[in-house]
Design a protein around this ligand. Structure first.
Ligand SMILES: C[S@@+](CC[C@H](N)C(=O)[O-])C[C@H]1O[C@@H](n2cnc3c(N)ncnc32)[C@H](O)[C@@H]1O
Length: 240
């Protein structure tokens, strides 16, 4: 599929997202950890930024009697999520809407929890985004990010940078083959290459995410790995 002459990556991926990344154990563990780290409670209002096919939102809805607003830029991803909840009792607790992490709609209101998994690294200019996220949290609100702890910034011509990314991709591709078979590997192989060329992927280390959260006024930052030695981590930060 094309958008402005460019392939619309997420629109295309929405068709097999749950059968590829959605089957990777490290991803599912991360979603569980993000849900737990958020401390979601009955009555909470939750924002899931880059909700995709709803894998994280559905965990929140199961963990507590909360309501969720899921925003995503991709119509295909949103359609997949809507299909999952259509006609179920969850429908009245979820709102799935078009939205951009870099420009949160002013009418979204305020939330007890704002969470995002493997999405915020797509936004290049991160500090204004985190400041805007903080402003959408109620006092006592929690912000939780699940993502890869990988610095892909720097010159594309830097062999050290390339080495860092390839070390990560080797593990990622083997895990994709093990958990999701050749189709999962093919998708994650294509996805991984985008990191090398900064093609819509701008990952930073969790040290940097933590620094950005503090700069934006968050307190109580805490980082935990998804599993011992995992490159995927979860950061929780608090708005006092
Ligand atoms: C790798 S998927 C993650 C989906 C889901 N959070 C999960 O963990 O399974 C990334 C999602 O972010 C969305 N996305 C990418 N950039 C975005 C942006 N700037 N604003 C909102 N959504 C975005 C994509 O459409 C896609 O659904």
């Amino acid at each position: 599929m094309k958008k402005n002459g460019k392939r619309d990556w997420f629109q295309d991926w929405s068709n097999d997202y749950d059968a590829t990344l959605g089957r990777m154990r490290r991803h599912l563990r991360m979603l569980d950890l993000v849900t737990a780290a958020s401390g979601v409670r009955d009555g909470d209002r939750v924002l899931d930024i880059g909700c995709g096919t709803g894998l994280l939102s559905l965990r929140f809805l199961k963990a507590a009697n909360c309501t969720v607003v899921g925003i995503d830029k991709s119509a295909g991803m949103r359609a997949c999520f809507r299909r999952k909840i259509r006609g179920t009792a969850l429908e009245r607790r979820v709102e799935v809407r078009n939205g951009d992490a870099a420009r949160l709609d002013p009418d979204l209101g305020r939330f007890d929890v704002i969470a995002s998994t493997v999405t915020l690294h797509h936004v290049k200019n991160k500090l204004p985004m985190i400041r805007s996220i903080r402003s959408r949290l109620k006092p006592g609100g929690r912000f939780v990010i699940g993502d890869v702890d990988l610095d892909t910034t720097g010159s594309l011509a830097d062999p050290k940078r390339l080495g860092r990314i390839l070390d990560f991709l080797r593990e990622e591709w083997i895990a994709a083959m093990a958990d999701a078979g050749p189709d999962g590997f093919r998708r994650m192989y294509d996805n991984g290459k985008k990191h090398v060329f900064n093609d819509g992927e701008y990952c930073v280390s969790f040290r940097e995410w933590t620094a950005l959260c503090r700069k934006a006024g968050f307190t109580g930052t805490r980082v935990v790995p998804v599993a011992k030695g995992s490159r995927f981590k979860v950061l929780r930060a608090l708005r006092k």
